[in-house]
Design a binder for this molecule. Structure first.
Ligand code: GLN
Length: 285
């Protein structure tokens, strides 16, 4: 029997993925290419020039193992162990939420509040992979960034990313502010869990394989935002700012929580689709 070629392997896998996960062929093909590139240890572009190359048996076996997991629905980012965020590669495992492009809005708003020439103290609550904290530290080398997570496994992943991206962030195991003591910051950011516990979205697609503790937050999805907002002002310097990512229908509720907590004029900011997905504001000077 002749060995399958690169193209043969990708074509077969594309058909299987499209059927099993009910994905458009184009998406299924992208998945198949990413997995093939991973197993062959090449960049996806390499596959085009080598489409008729035979694939050795050992690599076919490794590919089939990954493919079987993908067919069960395991997200590509967990199978390859990485995902890009703000143009940089981050290692991920099922201990952390997969970084989403949505969260780049939070990063942009945070960067606008960190002057490059000042040693601003920044806190990232529920850092997960570390994608927010490390991006801020890399974009603003003078900032003093602290990142906390309740999950030691998540924090270990964030720490690994700090090493790989060669940047320094202070990491603490902390359930929101539990290990922060009396410390105050110039800027506090968070992408907390904010999905309602009964949201059917939690039972679909990639989300099924992500840590539920990083996604779901009580009956209305606001449990963690309530706790976090209630405690945040006591940890902000005079004039300090708080920025929070939230769900597409939570902006008004989050602004009202911010107002109750002592932030005078909370604002919300829209994502590229025109949906308010980040809210926040400043405490008085
Ligand atoms: N935006 C994510 C989703 O809808 C949820 C992220 C979060 O809860 N922080 O899957």
């Amino acid at each position: 029997m002749t060995e399958p070629t690169v193209t043969g392997l990708i074509d077969d896998a594309t058909a299987c993925i499209a059927t099993a996960l009910d994905l458009p062929r184009r998406d299924a093909r992208l998945d198949a290419r990413v997995l093939a590139a991973r197993v062959l240890g090449v960049e996806p572009a390499w596959l085009i020039a080598h489409d008729t190359d035979a694939v050795p048996k050992r690599q076919i076996d490794a590919f089939q193992t990954l493919l079987a997991q993908r067919l069960r629905g395991v997200p590509i980012a967990y199978l390859t162990g990485r995902r890009e965020f703000y143009g940089r590669p981050f290692q991920v495992s099922d201990a952390v939420l997969i970084p989403r492009p949505d969260t780049e809005l939070l990063v942009e708003l945070a960067l606008a509040r960190i002057p490059p020439e000042q040693a601003v103290a920044v806190l990232d609550l529920g850092t997960g992979s570390g994608c927010i904290a490390l991006t801020l530290a890399l974009e603003r080398p003078l900032a003093r960034v602290t990142a906390v997570d309740r999950s030691p496994a998540a924090l270990a992943m964030a720490q690994r990313n700090a090493e790989l991206l060669d940047t320094r962030v202070e990491f603490l195991v902390s359930d929101w502010f539990s290990a922060i003591g009396e410390r105050r910051f110039d800027l506090i950011v968070s992408n907390p869990p904010y999905i309602a516990a009964a949201d059917p979205h939690l039972a679909r697609g990639d989300v099924r394989f992500e840590p539920l503790a990083a996604l779901a937050s009580g009956a209305d999805g606001l449990d963690d935002l309530r706790r976090l907002i209630a405690a945040a002002c006591a940890h902000l310097q005079p004039g300090g700012a708080l920025l929070l990512e939230h769900g597409h229908d939570q902006a008004a509720a989050v602004r009202s929580l911010l107002q109750q907590s002592g932030i005078a004029s909370p604002q919300s900011w829209n994502d590229l689709a025109g949906i308010p997905r980040v809210s926040g504001g400043q405490v008085s000077k």
